[in-house]
Design a protein around this ligand. Structure first.
Ligand code: FES
Length: 118
């Protein structure tokens, strides 16, 4: 069985191949969400994007789906929505990762603003 190491929590757990990462985190009381998203989130429907995590090895988790790409794809290939990610092999997970690209203007939705002449 693969092991998942939640780096910030210093917690390592085993799970069967194909386990949903969000379910695994919640089962082991890992603080997947930052406040207030721990109270208000989409409950695993890939709508809110608050369950985003950074994975140590992208080959150890399921591929980024189109719905994930909309939410976290702009941050890089090693970001995932925990609610739509399955564990395939041993992996390290960083919950609530700091973004490498600062600011909402870096989101692909707002790229057009950078081309404005004013
Ligand atoms: S819980 Fe909302 S996107 Fe994952």
């Amino acid at each position: 069985m693969p092991t998942v190491r939640f780096v910030k929590q210093d917690l390592t757990v085993e799970c069967p191949v194909g386990t949903n990462l969000r379910a695994l985190a919640l089962e082991h009381e890992v603080d997947l969400y930052a406040f207030p998203a721990n109270l208000i989130n989409c409950r695993g429907r890939a709508l809110c994007g608050t369950c985003r995590v950074k994975v140590g090895d992208v080959r150890a988790v399921s591929e980024m789906t189109a719905e994930q790409a909309k939410k976290v794809g702009w941050e890089g290939p090693d970001y995932r929505l925990a609610c739509k990610t399955q564990v395939l092999a041993d992996v390290e997970i960083i919950t609530n990762p700091r973004t490498t690209k600062q600011g909402w203007t870096q989101h692909q939705t707002y790229k057009w603003m950078q081309d404005l002449p004013y």
